[in-house]
Ligand binder design. Structure first.
Ligand code: NAD
Length: 491
């Protein structure tokens, strides 16, 4: 499979290169990218120097000046061309995502479809209202509050959706008149390099979209602190969000943060159990549990607990684990050894504290799973709400299930983590659904449904899950600042 993603004529070209001001840039120092399914090296990717970062920002600033003078319909045309190019390369992009990130190919195809949708939602702003008029104190005056781009946006992205989150940031940033420098995760730079090449092939002007690769605390930090960067958008961990916020404080710079999650699924006694089991299952195992909206803990009313556990475990036992490039695979590996160790540590910690392993808990059995970062679907019971496995983001195929007795108890438990991104409620009673929607301290509540989120809506975390948000009109708003113009034209 890897043959099809490297070499002449592919998006990654003869060798992976950064895109800076329309130039392919390689460096003497490189970083190894591995295939998580085998643990073997997949590619060596350039590691940006401070000069590369400065050059990318200068190219972005130069390109942005002309771009800011283009009309919104023109920007939409450019994004439409990127969508068309994306369609041409959709399968190649999906294979790149699989190779470096490990999600099953069917999910990777969905991710590329998602990237397309992010661009589509962004270009939907082509006829937007770009300001407002406010009644002035004096006749013969006009007060206009105009939307303006920031200039150069630094987009720092994670490994779990390395192609889709590229589009989630680049689409609205460009549509609003900004230029972008993207810094992908150290683990999954190839998808961003390929997406940038797609932009270039589509005719995006040189310098508007750049990619620099390297370590977050070095290259990411240089990007954030550089004087030419005027806005930062991050999707990543709460740790990175805090560090970036601190770095940005010196410049008093706009920051938008999409951070971790610890989504609860709450199954009330009157829930449709077939629906709840199916959706709780779906929302746990997407992308090997590596989605910020994943079902990280399920609270089931005590009257349904045992039946839920039995049915959930049966579904989990049936998951097809294996080669992520195969069409019938449902669960791939974790992305890295460090991520695997974290998941294993949380499971072992729970067991040491008294939890019971109903299913999984370690590597799946079988020769192919001895290499790479495979973790078996895992179900834990006998878990207490204050255990780490319930409080910390696991980001793996592990579900702790907890029985509850009363409404107040379960809402308190659901709200008890530091995170506040996504929550799920299953009930057939409208009053319970609306009461829970009122009481849950989360930026998203799904009732009798699970994601993925719809990109015309708004994806924003409360508490340690973020600041700002992505998608829809509120997400777009992060990429504009406002200028108030006082125009006197009267005598
Ligand atoms: P991470 O925080 O380790 O890395 C994210 C990005 O930030 C990477 O590009 C990294 O190099 C960079 N970075 C790290 N420290 C930095 C610093 N000090 N300065 C500048 N850049 C820095 O996160 P990850 O492990 O790649 O991604 C997983 C996390 O992302 C999970 O917590 C997950 O919940 C979260 N996530 C959130 C959403 C959302 O929409 N809220 C979506 C996907 C993932």
């Amino acid at each position: 499979m890897t043959d099809s993603i490297f070499g002449p004529g592919t998006l990654l070209g003869p060798e992976p290169a950064m895109l800076i001001g329309g130039r392919r840039v390689t460096t003497a120092e490189t970083r190894s990218v591995e295939n998580p399914a085998t643990g073997e090296q997949l590619a060596a990717v350039p590691e940006a120097t401070a000069d590369d970062v400065a050059e990318a920002l200068a190219a972005a600033a130069a390109a942005q000046r002309a771009w800011a003078r283009t009309s919104h319909p023109r920007r939409a045309e450019v994004l439409a061309a990127v969508m068309a190019e994306l369609d041409t390369h959709a399968e190649e992009l999906a294979r790149i995502v699989v190779a470096e990130q490990g999600k099953p190919i069917t999910e990777a195809r969905g991710e590329i479809g998602g990237a397309r949708l992010f661009l589509d939602v962004a270009l939907g702003n082509k006829y937007r209202d770009v300001g407002e008029l406010v009644a002035p104190n004096t006749a013969g005056e006009q007060i206009a509050i105009r939307e303006e781009p920031y200039g150069v946006v630094a987009a720092i992205i994670p490994w779990n959706f390395p192609a889709a989150i590229f589009a989630r940031k680049v689409g609205p940033a460009l549509m609003a008149g900004n230029a972008v420098v993207v810094k992908p995760s150290e683990l999954t730079p190839l998808s961003a390099l390929a997406m940038a090449r797609v932009c270039q092939l589509a005719g995006v002007p040189d310098g508007l979209v750049n990619v620099v690769c390297g370590e977050g605390r070095v290259v990411g930090r240089q990007l954030v602190e550089h004087p030419l960067t005027s806005m930062v958008t991050l999707t990543g961990s709460t740790r990175a969000g805090r560090e970036i916020l601190a770095q940005a404080a010196g410049k008093v710079m706009a920051v938008s943060l999409e951070l971790g999650g610890k989504a609860p699924v709450i199954i009330f006694p009157d829930a449709d159990l077939d629906l709840a089991v199916g959706k709780a299952f779906e929302a746990r195992f997407w992308n090997c549990g590596q989605v910020c909206t994943c079902n990280e803990r399920t609270y089931v009313h005590a009257s349904l607990h045992d039946e839920f556990v039995a049915r959930f475990a049966e579904l989990a036992r049936g998951i097809r684990i294996g080669d992520p490039a195969a069409d019938d695979t449902e669960l791939g590996p974790k992305v890295s050894a460090a991520e695997w160790d974290k998941v294993k540590g949380l499971v072992d910690g729970a067991v040491a504290a008294g939890a019971k392993v109903v299913l999984g808990g370690d590597r799946p059995e079988g020769g192919r799973f001895t290499r790479g970062h495979w973790f078996a679907p895992t179900v834990l019971t006998g878990v207490a709400n204050d255990m780490e496995v319930v409080q910390r983001e696991v980001f793996g195929p592990v579900l702790p299930v907890l029985p509850f007795d009363g409404y107040d108890e379960v809402i308190d438990w659901a709200n008890s983590t530091d995170y506040g991104l996504t929550s799920y409620v299953f009930t057939e009673d409208l009053r319970t659904a609306m009461r829970a929607t009122d009481d849950l301290e989360f930026g998203e509540v799904y009732v009798n449904a699970v994601g993925p989120e719809q990109f015309q809506a708004f994806h924003s975390g409360w508490k340690l899950s973020g600041l700002g948000g992505d998608d829809g009109r509120h997400g777009y708003d992060r990429y504009v600042r406002r200028k108030t113009v006082y125009l006197r034209y009267g005598g």
